[in-house]
Design a protein around this ligand. Structure first.
Ligand code: BJW
Length: 245
């Protein structure tokens, strides 16, 4: 493992354009629940009841209540060393794109600016009539309404079966096919189209480094697979990159 960490650090040290893809595992050490795995959200909740457009149509109060509970968890969480290294990377490389599937906003809290949030953001809402995206202040309202037109708001989250924002997805593809190195961390790499981004990078000639607690669907296809906690491995990579501060 120390050898592979050193190799990953050397590769990153020599890179100019870096793209990072993150998933729920990056926030696990901040105590934000992941989706799959032993204590994942999908062990206790059915995605069909909460994370599809049909579920929202059927029972918008239940869906809003679930997202309010999730925002409550995230509000109490702090960023962890994995978020902090990824934030420092943004100023280290001449071109840096962070693509995240996370909706918790912790990457921005850690200091990243160039963030493509593929699946939306827990702290934003969207008007069901006009599509306007806004910061969310739900308060005690079980069914928040659009301040402009009075229509029902929905969480600004990409649910199963919904398309991702084409502009954000296009930028994520472009950053994946044009980078020197692609780092993927804390994702099971099961959900499409995010899971395909590292493969596009690989096909375009960029080495892919994976950091995950366990092996994933991607592990056999990457150049370096590092198994362990992102909050421990990423700081070790960063330390070995040299001339970083
Ligand atoms: C650690 C760690 C530590 C833990 N350190 N690591 C093609 C083929 C098959 C299916 C599809 C397809 N294209 C589309 C689909 C359907 C669907 C899909 O992919 N389904 C799969 C389940 C098969 N995709 C969609 O519907 C997408 N829409 C779309 O493509 O539209 C066009 C279309 C539609 C339908 C058909 C065809 C085309 C939209 C996807 C939206 C995903 N939304 C969610 C939920 C949002 C709700 C919410 O947040 O409330 O987003 S699903 C959930 O999974 C969430 C996450 O962002 C996403 C990814 O999960 P992630 O981040 O990887 O988390 P986990 O829990 O899975 O993994 C955590 C990892 O961390 C693990 O590996 C741990 O080991 C690791 N870990 N601690 C390092 N400390």
């Amino acid at each position: 493992m120390p050898d592979r960490i050193k190799r990953a650090a050397d590769m990153l040290s020599n890179a100019r354009k870096v793209t990072v893809l993150t998933g729920a595992g990056i926030s696990a050490e901040s105590n934000v629940p992941t989706f799959r795995g032993k204590d994942g959200l999908w062990k206790n909740f059915r995605p069909e009841d909460l994370a599809t457009p049909e579920a929202f149509k059927r029972d918008p109060k239940l869906v809003w209540e679930w997202y309010k509970w999730r925002r409550g968890i995230v509000t109490k969480c702090r960023t962890n060393p994995a978020h902090e290294v990824i934030a420092k990377m943004e100023s280290r490389f001449s071109s840096f794109t962070l693509v995240t599937q996370n909706v918790d906003g912790l990457h921005r809290r850690a200091g990243n600016k160039n963030v493509l949030e593929l699946h939306g953001n827990l702290f934003k809402a969207r008007c069901t009539k006009e599509g306007t995206i806004m910061d969310l202040d739900q308060g005690d309202d079980p069914l928040p309404k659009c301040p402009d037109c009075g229509a029902l708001l929905r969480p600004h989250i990409v649910w199963f079966g919904e398309s991702l924002d084409p502009e954000i997805l296009q930028k994520a593809f472009a950053a994946s096919v044009s980078c020197d190195i692609f780092l993927v961390a804390g994702t099971s790499a099961i959900v499409q189209p995010a899971a395909t981004l590292p493969l596009y990078a690989r096909q375009s000639g960029a080495p892919v480094i994976e950091v995950n607690l366990e092996r994933t669907a991607l592990s056999s296809m990457v150049n370096i697979s590092l198994t362990g906690k992102a909050g421990e491995i990423l700081p070790r990579i960063w330390e070995q990159m040299g001339d970083c501060e």
